[in-house]
Design a protein around this ligand. Structure first.
Ligand code: NAD
Length: 487
């Protein structure tokens, strides 16, 4: 019998499901059991062509609608997503293995938030009037870029499809979205819902594929902008390919973010922050604060309480069970990466405080891991693991810890827990990161910008700032005077 997760076809183009079985097979594996629940096919060159043509053909008409009309479509899509939260969350759990307890709270709902927020903004996107000398003036026209390509990672397939789609469409662009080959299911539902909400055909399309399909999309002359969520190495390739054609980019990449906990911090809140910064989505969150710097005075109390809370609180099991709060890794490859780093941490002399075991059952399961006595030069403190592995490092002074926190090529996120108000702001000002937290961690409301600096990215998603990354300003100079020329 066909599994309920199997979509009608692999791609969604011009308002319809489309299949071409000559594309490479993409097996969809449920991470909790390891079983193949669906089979899709990567886009062939003909499918890529079809999707880009559809997006190109739809763009002018979509941009010619008023912002309010476009916004209405997005807000309707948000309502539909909320009404179907249960089904969409079940699908997200099949796609990623994340527990339903989590997906029902943060995936379709955060996608819907983006659709609602940018839907609300769409009608108020304007240029400006600029008065000049002698009665002359200029005005600016905010224009759509054209066809935008979105390329997703596998940790938040619904959210990523919406975080890119919502601002792109609000500005009058159309989109071709390529989900990660590990989680190809959810974006198809987003595309279906857009059309149901009234988006003209071709405005939001989804094509499947491995990296090569992404690469093909990035270099196509019909494409004006590329927004990637992925790793730093992929980001460098995609950015370079886009730059060769002078295309706009948004790059949401990886990190190795610091979380600093001072002696004066509220212990319970600091432990909660460290848990949120490392173990949500089984550690597969780009902004995770995986280098937890704990001041020496609070260190042992912090480690003891952290272990206590993990031992008592983690509930692994069937991700569809609403009591379960810790799921498997997304795939075997990612599980093997975690295993490699956990072994390396032990070899390099870090102290294993908890975890390090691998439940013997089908699927890609790992216990959450905490290492203490981690040194800055250990591999686990330098490289992104993208799994539930927390490194705890000691520190003495504010100056020392800020320098160590910033000593990384990454700059996605950073956090500090302290009761000292001025110190909190001082540290936030000193962080070399795009997304910073004081006395909390990993919140990403749509109203606030999200993104990285240094190697972690270019541009911002969410908030009014995202509008600037999906539109450009045309300036029109209007003379009210005779034209003076030198000869
Ligand atoms: P990845 O870089 O392997 O793949 C990301 C996407 O890029 C996939 O869809 C893949 O098919 C595609 N791709 C690969 N090569 C390509 C190429 N040459 N041209 C075009 N597309 C190509 O990343 P992943 O393993 O799917 O995701 C994990 C990474 O994503 C981690 O580094 C994580 O930190 C990062 N991430 C960042 C954010 C953020 O917002 N900053 C959010 C989630 C994940």
């Amino acid at each position: 019998m066909t599994h309920p997760a199997q979509p009608k076809a692999s791609h969604y183009i011009n308002g319809e499901y489309v299949e071409d079985t000559s594309g490479a097979e993409i097996p969809v594996i449920y991470p909790a059991t390891g079983e193949v629940i669906a089979t899709l096919h990567a886009a062939t060159p003909a499918i890529v062509d079809q999707a880009l043509d559809a997006a190109k053909n739809a763009q002018k008409e979509w941009a010619a609608m008023s912002g309010t009309e476009r916004g209405r479509v997005l807000r309707r899509a948000a309502d539909i997503m909320r009404e179907r939260n249960h089904d969409l969350s079940v699908l997200e759990t099949y796609d990623t293995g994340k527990p339903y307890q989590e997906t029902s709270e943060v995936d379709a709902t955060s996608g819907a938030d983006a659709l609602e927020y940018f839907g609300g903004l769409a009608g108020s996107l304007t240029g400006e009037h600029i008065p000049l000398a002698g009665g002359d003036f200029a005005y600016t026209i905010r224009e759509a870029l054209g066809v935008c390509v979105g390329i997703g990672a596998w940790n938040y397939p619904t959210q990523i499809a919406c975080w890119k789609g919502a601002p792109a469409l609000a500005c009058g662009n159309t989109m071709v979205f390529k989900p990660s080959e590990s989680t190809p299911l959810c974006a198809l539902k987003v595309a279906e819902i857009m059309v149901e909400a009234g988006a003209p055909k071709g405005v939001y399309n989804v094509v499947q594929g491995y990296g090569e399909v992404g690469a093909k999309l990035v270099t196509d002359p019909r494409v004006a902008k590329v927004s990637l969520t992925g790793s730093v190495p992929t980001g460098k390739k995609v950015y370079a390919a886009a730059a060769a054609e002078m295309k706009h980019v948004t790059m949401e990449l990886g990190g190795k973010s610091p979380l600093i906990i001072f002696d004066d911090a509220d212990l319970e809140n600091a432990v909660s922050g460290a848990i949120l910064a490392n173990f949500y989505s089984t550690g597969q969150v780009c902004s995770n604060g995986t280098r937890v710097f704990v001041q020496k005075g609070i260190k042992e109390a912090f480690l003891a309480r952290l272990k206590e809370r993990l031992d008592a609180g983690i509930k692994m099991g069937d991700p569809m069970d609403p009591e379960v709060n810790f799921g498997p890794m997304v795939n075997e490859n990612q599980l093997n990466i975690v295993k490699k780093y956990v072994a390396l941490g032990q070899e390099e002399g870090a102290r294993l405080v908890t975890g390090g075991g691998y439940p013997e059952k089908d699927g890609f399961w790992v216990e959450p891991v905490v290492f203490a006595d981690v040194q800055d030069d250990m591999t686990i403190a330098r490289e992104e693991i993208f799994g539930p592995v927390m490194s705890v490092l000691d520190f003495d002074t504010e100056e020392e810890v800020l320098a160590r926190a910033n000593a990384t090529e990454f700059g996605l996120a950073a956090g500090v827990f302290t009761a000292d108000l001025t110190r909190g702001h001082r540290i936030a000002a000193g962080f070399e990161a795009g997304t910073c937290y004081i006395n909390t961690y990993n919140l990403a409301p749509v109203e606030a910008p999200f993104g990285g600096s240094k190697a972690s990215g270019v541009g911002r998603e969410n908030s009014k700032l995202a509008i600037n990354h999906y539109s450009e300003m045309k300036m029109v100079y209007v003379s009210m005077n005779d034209v003076e020329a030198p000869f």
